[in-house]
Design a protein. Sequence first.
Length: 323
Amino acid sequence: MAYFMISVSNRVNLDLCVKYALAGFTNSINGLWTFMEIAEGDFASFLYGARVFNLYQIIEKKAFKNAENLPPWSSITFKMSGRTYYFPYRLFLKPIRQLSEPMVRPEFAYVAENLLLRGGYRKTHFQADQTTLHAVSQMGEVYTETVSYLDLKNKEVFIPKFTWDKNSQNIPEVFKFQELILQSLIRHHLSDANKLQKFFDGMGMNDLNGNDFEILGEKALPEGHIDLLIKDAQPIGISRKIIIEVKTENANVIDVGQLRSYIDEIKSECKAGILIAKHFTKKVLGEAKSNGIACCVYSFKNVNKSSEYSFEELLSKLELVFQ
């Protein structure tokens, strides 16, 4: 199970999230990405004003049709673009602990570093590591407040889908497949300890045990942003790290150089750098080998690029093969 901090745009929305034990995400690719990233059974807190609020467990996920006027949040129309955003993607939450803690606490260092290096929020969510979850599980007190659950049982729902056919896009129900979704699929795939072990074996690191590691989403560094980070779940003495750069299309030499700079920044605790892409030329493979970077091809088994697929369907079809 993973732990996320969900960014909230203003105090009014935060109060509504807490009152109804509900998180909502907009009809945008970032909103859908967050909805796909967080799974039932995961844990979450709200992040607002450089403070962390409460600890919840996600008990159910639903995407609602015709959600423009669905309570509790109002739709937002931006004057510059004229676009209207509403909240079709919902997470239903079970309150676990009540807390309001400043981000300056050392226990939040993993997420705080991401915030500082990004120059602010500018993101719908941040994944924290297991160490942070263990710390938050001991903060505040057991939740005893009354929750005003909304009755949305009779509202029509849908399963979001993805397609490679641009003309088939029908937001918010069907989105064109994008790199953010590929990153999330790979993270979910490797969150299974057996698949992570197979991944380690495939790159020749048989000495690593998949049960000892966790895989996290985007990690900010001074040099840029790592797409995926595999690290010791409970580091003792050192914290071993494996970094992954994900490309939806073909890899190029620039991608190799970018990943190499991340490896050099993390230094000795970085055990491997992996570039995942659709295809590698001989030139890129040679450049990667000379820089000590492993190359892995992703594909989806028996996928028709003109059809539509749910996140779960794509996850079941995802294959990763080292070159």
